[in-house]
Ligand binder design. Structure first.
Ligand SMILES: [Cu+2]
Length: 460
């Protein structure tokens, strides 16, 4: 477990999340195995800013929580214990699993209680996922306290196997001068701004550290799995002088790599990129988060239009890998992504996003908003009618975007969240495989979700 992270030659300041107390319990018919994980959530006093202690909540004592690594075909049992003073859940964001294991607000875990999350990792779902709390109205507050962690699911036939990897969990926060979390009084003006934008802060953290250093060798290619664990912040990553090779999204690899200069990661979204170390040994540069205007003009945060430093990329001294600063070529084909056929869809669900509401309604746990048969394929047309972006997430079932504002998606890709920009419409196709139950769909700006921008899909 976690072998692949600890082997990497990253310099000390960048800390990858630690290993969970987990071990293969028994081998069934290989490669199926049972993986048991012990996970607790508890208060912790940690330093997000060196020298300043902050009272947080932590999974297994660290922020972010441990990287959980599974293989396709694994049977997973997570023994969760809530040692927090508040009710919580653990939602396995993006994983396809039974209703009782989803960690939605339907399965709350009270303080002092335990809950076993039990699920299989289906073949074909290798990718980068994450876990975080999902109690109704309290998700943003608990994530702000430090409850989030990454999940890596591996395929037996990964075309990028052997390339050094790094998991980068991005989050932001806002502290008061005494180091405590800045969570304003609900009736104050700052709280209203948080509710409008999603809580943002100037403290940008990569794996729980501010402006860490990450090392690369000349001539090396690295695979970065990036998780946006922020409540509302949209990241637009760029590495000056370096093209990014975008190879995957929430649900794993594309069919083919795509060259980009910057890459946008919406709240709860994940991307996989290949970074090619084409600079000379000993050089260093800053990786930036470029401005992204997702706001209505009245509540734009201060300095919203300035690039922000995320971390430093330092080229190791010494000769380039293989004696050449030119990294190896990227495979032209990554894997086959079977497109879902729109002709097989039986219904189109129209979902209208406004500020704080979905289809004009606030979340009601006792109401079912969409009723669908198990196994059906459907199209969702998600229309944003207001002047602010809303990243839309569906639990339980991955989907493929068909078009954005009528422009067809260039290639099929598996996602579980899609940003719906202001006044735009996104259509996606989904098949409700395997698991009946009540599944949440919601805006993943956590303050929007907590204030009712959520609905329930019932699959029978
Ligand atoms: Cu929203």
């Amino acid at each position: 477990m976690n072998r692949s992270w600890t082997l990497l030659a990253f310099s000390a300041p960048l800390v990858t999340p630690g290993a969970a107390a987990q071990a293969p319990a028994r081998d069934l018919t290989p490669p199926r195995r049972t993986v048991e994980v012990s996970l607790s959530a508890a208060p912790a006093r940690l330093e997000l800013v060196p020298g300043t202690a902050t009272d947080l909540y932590a999974y297994n004592g660290t922020v972010p929580g441990p990287v959980l690594e599974f293989r396709e075909g694994d049977h997973v049992v997570v023994h969760f214990r809530n040692d927090l003073p508040v009710t919580t859940t653990v939602h396995w964001h993006g994983l396809h699993l039974p209703f009782a294991a989803d960690g939605s607000p339907f399965h709350l875990v009270a303080p002092g209680e335990t809950y076993d999350y039990e699920f299989d990792i289906p073949p074909g779902t290798a990718g980068t996922y994450w876990y975080h709390p999902h109690p109704n109205h309290e998700t943003g507050r608990q994530v702000a306290h430090g409850l989030y962690g990454a999940i890596v699911v591996r395929a037996p036939d990964d075309p990028l196997a052997g390339i050094p990897e790094q998991v980068l969990v991005l989050s932001d926060n806002r502290l008061l001068p005494d180091g405590s979390l800045d969570l304003p009084d609900p009736h104050s003006h700052p709280a209203l701004v948080d509710r409008e934008n999603g809580r943002e802060g100037p403290l940008l953290l990569v794996n729980g550290r501010e402006l860490p250093e990450l090392s690369i060798r000349s001539g090396e290619m690295q695979r970065w799995r990036i998780v946006n664990a922020s409540a509302g912040r949209m990241y637009r990553l760029t590495i000056p002088g370096h093209a990014l090779t975008w190879v995957g999204t929430d649900g794993g690899l594309f069919e083919r790599p795509v060259e980009v200069n910057d890459i946008t990661v919406a709240p709860s979204e994940r991307v996989e990129v290949l970074v090619r170390g084409t600079d000379l040994p000993g050089s260093r540069l800053v990786v930036f988060d470029l401005p992204y205007d997702r706001y209505i003009p009245q509540t734009r945060p201060r300095l919203w239009n300035c690039p922000r430093k995320l971390f430093t990329l330092r080229y190791a001294e010494g000769p380039p890998t293989g004696g050449n600063v030119e990294p190896p070529p990227v495979p032209a084909t990554l894997r086959r992504v079977e497109p879902l056929d729109p002709a097989s869809a039986t219904t189109t669900r129209v979902v209208t996003l406004s500020q704080g509401l979905i289809n004009g309604k606030q979340m009601d746990m006792a109401r079912v908003d969409v009723d669908a048969p198990l196994g059906a394929t459907e199209i969702w047309e998600v229309e944003n009618i207001v002047g602010m972006d809303h990243p839309f997430h569906l639990h339980g079932f991955r989907f493929q975007v068909l078009d954005r504002n009528g422009v067809p998606e260039p290639f099929p890709a598996w996602r579980d969240v899609v940003n719906v920009p202001r006044h735009e419409t996104v259509r996606f196709i989904v098949r409700y495989d395997d698991f009946p139950g009540k599944w949440m769909f919601h805006c993943h700006i956590l303050d929007h979700e907590d204030h009712g921008m959520m609905g329930i899909l019932q699959v029978n």
